[in-house]
Design a protein around this ligand. Sequence first.
Ligand code: NAP
Ligand code: GLV
Length: 314
Amino acid sequence: MTLLVATASWASDVWAERFRAALPGRRIVIHGEAFDPADIAYVAAWKQPPGALAGLPNLRAVFGLGAGVDYIMEDPDLPGVPVVRVIDPDLTNRMSEYVVLHCLAHLRQFRRYEAQQRAGVWEDDRQQPAARDVRVGLLGLGELGMDAGRKLAVMGFDVAGWSRSAKAAEGIRSFAGEAELPAFLARTDILVVLLPLTPATEGFVDRRLLAGLARDGRLGGPILINAGRGRLQVETDILAALDDGTLKAATLDVFQTEPLPAASRLWTHPQVTVTPHNAAMSDPAAVTAHVARQIARLEAGQTPEGLVDRARGY
Ligand code: NAP
Ligand code: GLV
């Protein structure tokens, strides 16, 4: 049973090599090479080229090579086979590193002191709040949000999360559903977005949502960190909110258009930190091992870990 590697933006040959090591005895082919479509049982995809999922009569499953599968769910050629995403400690740890790093950077005014050093300025206003004084709100309390939340709680932050269904997690206050969103926002100084991109969440981080964040926090204004997906956010609204003080600062790993266009004001805004969609990289060794385990489960008649709910879209 052959596995097809289909990615328009990652190094297909590197992934194919890793799949050959993780799935010895299986044939691994790359989109664009010659192969018989009837041989393909599995596709491993990251932002697959258009048409890559079409005309595969014996396809048994599509594996996303990351945690988010929006690009698979939006593919008009996606057949009705199981879609499986990555749930893996390596990826989860990487995201938690990113979230903790940037929450601490805002708490400890990292960019201010960096700028002061460049200017040779020794200045401290002695107004440093502690982590316990800062309320972090995780928008999305799934695999990644939950792990980041636990680690932020260990650092002492006052942590809450918002999701569709209520959660029970020590050290994390749970808010759920539309009805509890205003109360969640009103107690949030740093909003960390870790939602999946679905028809229900597209454009969710807009002016109205940002205006609901706490105004009485210790950081001098609310802060946005988006490490979910770019199309969750409305960038013109974020810029307007930064300009009029609705937001104090933003750290963005993901953008409506990637790479972030050179003309975007986000590149140069003094209150914005830009990272190139690398909050939690997919490590080929870890992810191919995860896919190999899920193929074994599927072929043993078991439900794969990371099976996407087609109705919810994540
Ligand atoms: P997950 O386990 O599926 O968790 C998603 C969370 O969002 C869940 O808590 C879910 O609520 C909540 N949610 C979804 N739709 C909602 C809605 N309409 N209203 C309220 N809550 C909603 O996903 P994950 O593994 O944590 O990953 C989250 C996202 O991170 C991925 O989809 C991907 O886009 C992004 N990501 C980015 C990077 C990067 O490098 N920047 C890396 C990896 C992942 P329930 O728990 O109630 O279902
Ligand atoms: C990366 O963005 C992922 O979804 O894993």
